[in-house]
Design a protein around this ligand. Structure first.
Ligand code: DGY
Length: 321
């Protein structure tokens, strides 16, 4: 290849990241930061060597089939890659990378915020004051559930799950987890391993989801599995909306079987679920788990590190296929 490789950056990244990208690549930006639908994504990818997308761009098998031979790498600005059909990319000979590790702290912070917001009725209290409706106080007012000393269940003890467990330990919570493989002792740090989902759910006063969205985990939270949780448990989801059957979650929240939920991700994004948003016992955020200045920079740099490795003939450290 002569000259700088052409790189499409699909969404607005931090200035420092875009500036670094321009040093090495001929960069095509999306100045008004709109979301590309499939047709526009295909069109914009036609004359590029590489693309740096976010989870908002969907590289389905159909999109991948329409990509030019010239495009050799999809360097994602995300740890989750459920928006990319990895098998189709592999078959097309396109390298795919992600940005693990660098967003674990930020996402764990949001998981803890979701847990506390749900347990201590953060959304209700905030809404009441903003609406000018706080006209009463008593010891019986706005009583929530305390998380200190309770059992914190982690579904998916990868990097984000492990950091979130560390933060929950700070509240004196006992950590339980289920993962495809048991962690070595030094990473487990005394957490109790459950070899089945049912075993984990049965002991989770707070259940926090940290597994990837795959065909196997789609709707893993459903009427049947919600029924396994202890009475008045709290569900936290900062992973992917596709893990949760939202109709079943709404039923469990309305019946009081679940005390509350703290959610940063939804089946439909952007937008979320109006029926969930109508419930008082839900603390909601708009998919901002990794949205800190530090983490956005680190994600952008990590994606560029992967591109730089690829175009200099080295193996990208986060290559998935
Ligand atoms: C991720 O990295 O997967 C976050 O959800 C942001 O896309």
């Amino acid at each position: 290849m002569t000259g700088k490789p052409v790189l499409l950056i699909t969404r607005k990244l931090r200035d420092v990241v875009q500036a670094r990208a321009k040093q090495t690549y001929q960069v095509i930006l999306n100045d008004d930061d709109h979301v590309f639908d499939a047709d526009e994504l295909i069109a914009r990818c036609q004359n590029v060597d590489a693309v740096l997308p976010c989870h908002s761009e969907h590289f389905s098998a159909d999109v991948i089939a329409a990509l030019p031979k010239r495009l050799r790498i999809i360097a994602n600005h995300s740890v989750g890659v459920d928006h990319v059909d990895l098998a189709a990319a592999k078959a097309a000979g396109i390298v795919v990378t992600n940005t693990p590790d660098v967003l674990s702290d930020a996402t764990a912070e949001i998981a803890i915020l979701c847990m506390l917001g749900a347990a201590r009725r953060g959304a209700e209290g905030d809404a009441m004051i903003r609406a000018g409706k706080w006209d009463f106080w008593s010891p019986a007012f706005m009583v929530g559930r305390q998380v200190s000393g309770k059992q914190f269940g982690v579904l998916g003890m990868g990097r984000v799950g492990q950091v979130t467990a560390d933060r929950a330990r700070g509240f004196g919570m006992e950590i339980h987890y289920h993962n495809r493989t048991r962690l070595p002792e030094h990473l487990e740090k005394g957490a109790v391993f459950h070899d089945t989902v049912a075993g984990l759910f049965a002991v989770s006063d707070v259940l926090s989801l940290h597994c990837p969205a795959t065909p196997d985990t789609r709707n893993i939270i459903n009427a049947k599995t919600l029924a396994l949780l202890p009475d008045r448990a709290i569900l936290v989801n900062t992973a992917r909306g596709g893990l949760v059957d939202e109709a079943a979650l709404i039923d469990a929240l309305q019946s009081g079987r679940l005390f509350a939920a703290g959610l940063d991700v939804f089946q439909v994004e952007p937008g979320g679920n109006p029926a969930l948003a109508a419930l008082p016992n839900v603390f909601l955020l708009p998919h901002i788990g990794s949205a800190t200045e530090e983490t956005r920079d680190a994600m952008g740099f990590r994606a560029l590190d992967n591109l730089d490795a690829f175009f200099s003939g080295r193996a990208p450290q986060d290559r998935l296929v």
